[in-house]
Design a protein around this ligand. Structure first.
Ligand code: ZN
Length: 695
């Protein structure tokens, strides 16, 4: 089809979302292309599903894949382009076109994931004598598919099946309401104060509060400033407002949102209880004793007990450092700020003052050294040395003049001849309107040995929101932004350097949820290496590399209060896992919060604190029984990085081993096996503690 179009020159007459060219026609896609293309691909995918489950498609991996995977991948590929464009170049028309198709796309993927006939066919395939001849990657893809069918309720019959569907439905509604309540409770609070009340608060925050008050006046006749609990207002007030009573009032309001201490209509108490009861019931229907087991079925951590032990151990190790952090803060606040009995609403304020006094360096000054072209050049060189690839810019259609396209070449092994392409990459670094906040790596295309035999290479897009260049000078990045870039490149390398040919387990696909951040967090470490920073920095005016004295000051502040931060994290993780592992937890959520706090935190919990009521990760975000995953992956990434610290940051043999055992194998085998193959042993916590400054 591709060749025919090229020959006859009618390429542009065709809907660009239906092209299967190497480069998606990003520049040609218009909102009016969305509905016809997606409708057509949905129809084809539906027809493929019907064919695949019927007798004409043999009980054979390739035969099934040629019919079903090809059609589903075409749909996902086109839909991926639409979603991507909506994230980076949003317009009302495109948003509407996407919103129109979204329910249909979701409906298809739900039906696909719960199709009993397809499940039966996969089961028969797995039970067939020929299954023993499947490649390990295929066997893994098949067992993942069967697992997901079971977790999706495919084994259930009759009333159990109906009940399962009803639970899914109700949980979706409850989660949505939970999130809405948090938003509404946050929005509902406001406080009018005077300019004097805002002593210490940064000017831009004050200005925004003045504008938010829309000319309102206080009883005294002074202009009013409107404070809210939204992040851009709440956090600066807690950090900078010198008025203790104001901080207390804001703190109390913030930490009792969406609870029985506020308006009854926004109280999440009953919602949480019902949600937890339903999750528990769902687990029992699926044959598990707790929802924690359901969540852990597709994760690296073996059991709830193992997670609890991990979290408690981590808390114990962080405790001495946290106590020291706390003591330092208390004596600083007493001596320098006159705050003798440090209260919770003083912590952020006193910490900010302490940090300024001890570790002050201007992030503005640091930023001048991280010029974007130099950072990219240094990053590409590092990746080249470690993983034996080179990244070179090429021309390809893009969605915005800012976006750039690169091809990734594998350097030849001795007798291999010239470089060969292994992947491609789009970079879109600068903030602009119509672009979603944050930074992410997305899969434009996945590596796949297609059923007809051709090899499809992986393509990634890396999207950030860094400042664009101004005044003819190169753009400059803060150190945090450089870390973000390295993080996303870690995900990108995982996706692009995979050598697995099986779509469902190539790259990031199929990797356990609590291990998927290994390569990304791993890459962040290089941003703290003096040797690496030399190659990453060139002052925007002088071209000089980062001076050592400035780097030392950055290093000194790196672990500021990391013990306290880690304890807080452990407290949330402990609460989450107990909540989802203990059978009666639904009826004692606040009590459980109190217990987790008391077990981990050095100071008692304030009686008005209701953190479960706004814990959207757990009740509205898919992290139920998974919150520990951040710390879990951090252990893996720190321990993996320690291999480089031992052998030398640029050690090529260690880099090649990381590429081979972690990046290339993707989800084709359990993450623990990959880790062992790279490190020669099980993961150890020591490197993480050292990196966090705890030992
Ligand atoms: Zn990440």
């Amino acid at each position: 089809m591709k060749q025919d179009n090229a020959k006859t020159g009618v390429k542009h007459a065709m809907n660009p979302l239906l092209l299967q060219d190497e480069h998606p026609a990003f520049a040609d896609i218009r909102p009016e292309h969305v509905a016809p293309a997606i409708e057509q691909l949905l129809e084809q995918a539906d027809a493929a599903l019907e064919r695949a489950v019927g007798p004409e498609v043999a009980l054979d991996y390739d035969a099934l894949s040629a019919v079903l995977d090809v059609a589903v991948e075409a749909l996902n590929h086109a839909w991926g382009q639409v979603s991507h464009l909506q994230s980076v170049m949003d317009t009302p028309e495109l948003r509407q076109a996407q919103a129109e198709m979204l329910p249909k796309v979701i409906d298809f993927s739900t039906r696909l994931g719960a199709d009993e006939r397809l499940y039966a066919k996969y089961k028969a395939l797995a039970a067939d004598p020929t299954a023993s001849q499947l490649s390990p990657a295929r066997a893994k893809a098949l067992s993942n598919a069967l697992r997901d069918f079971v977790l999706g309720g495919a084994e259930l019959q009759g009333t159990a099946r109906e009940r399962y569907a009803a639970i899914q439905d109700r949980c979706g509604t409850l989660s949505q309401q939970f999130g809405d309540h948090v938003l509404d409770a946050t929005d509902q609070f406001s406080l009018l104060v005077s300019a004097a009340d805002l002593d210490g608060v940064p000017d831009d925050v004050q200005q925004a509060a003045l504008e938010a008050a829309e000319g309102a006046r206080l009883d005294s006749g002074e202009p009013a400033y409107k404070l809210t609990l939204k992040a851009p207002c709440y956090f600066p007030v807690m950090q900078y407002a010198s008025q203790r009573a104001l901080r207390e009032r804001m703190f109390r309001a913030h930490h009792s949102r969406a609870s029985e201490l506020g308006p009854a209509a926004l109280d999440n108490s009953a919602l949480m209880q019902e949600l937890m009861q339903l999750r528990q019931e769902e687990a029992r229907l699926l044959g598990y004793t707790s929802y924690a087991q359901v969540s852990l079925a597709a994760k690296m951590a073996p059991s709830a007990e193992a997670v609890l032990q991990f979290v408690r151990d981590l808390a114990q190790r962080a405790r001495p450092s946290a106590l020291k952090d706390l003591q330092t803060l208390q004596s600083f606040a007493a001596a320098e700020l006159g705050l003798t009995e440090l209260q919770y609403w003083d912590h952020a304020y006193a910490s900010e003052k302490l940090k300024q006094q001890r570790y002050s360096f201007s992030s503005q000054e640091v930023k001048q050294y991280f010029t974007e072209p130099r950072v990219l050049q240094g990053l590409f060189e590092l990746i080249g040395r470690l993983f034996g690839v080179s990244i070179r810019e090429e021309k390809a259609p893009v969605w915005h003049p800012d976006a750039r396209y690169y091809r990734v070449w594998r350097k030849p092994d001795a007798a291999d001849g010239g470089d060969k392409p292994v992947a491609a990459l789009y970079l879109d670094l600068h903030a602009r309107s119509g672009k979603q906040q944050g930074a992410w790596m997305g899969e434009t295309r996945c590596r796949w040995r297609r059923p007809e035999g051709s090899l499809q290479l992986p393509v990634a897009h890396l999207v950030c929101n860094f400042p664009a260049p101004v005044g003819g000078k190169p753009a400059t990045l803060t150190h945090d932004e450089v870390i973000t870039l390295f993080h996303e490149f870690g995900h990108g390398l995982h996706h692009m350097l995979t050598q697995v040919d099986e779509l469902a387990v190539a790259g990031i696909a199929g990797v356990e949820g609590d291990a998927v951040e290994l390569p990304s967090q791993f890459m962040e470490n290089f941003c703290w290496e003096w040797e690496v920073l030399q190659g990453l920095t060139a002052h925007v005016d002088s071209g000089e590399a980062l001076p050592r004295a400035l780097f030392d000051r950055m290093l000194a502040g790196r672990h500021f209060q990391s013990g306290l931060h880690l304890l807080r994290h452990c407290m949330f993780a402990l609460f989450d896992m107990r909540l989802h592992a203990e059978p009666a937890a639904a009826n004692r959520i606040q009590a459980l919060a109190q217990e987790a706090w008391t077990e981990v935190q050095p100071l008692p919990m304030p009686d008005f604190l209701r953190f479960p009521h706004t814990f959207t990760h757990l009740f509205d975000g898919g992290y139920g029984a998974g919150y520990y995953g951040y710390a879990w992956a951090e252990v893996l990434s720190a321990d993996a990085y320690a291999a480089f610290e031992e052998a030398g940051v640029y050690d090529a043999a260690t880099g090649a081993r990381f590429r081979r055992e972690i990046l290339e194998v993707g989800g084709s085998r359990p993450a623990l096996e990959s880790f062992r193959a790279f490190r020669g042993r099980d993961p150890q916590i020591d490197a993480m503690l050292r990196h966090q400054g705890l030992v």
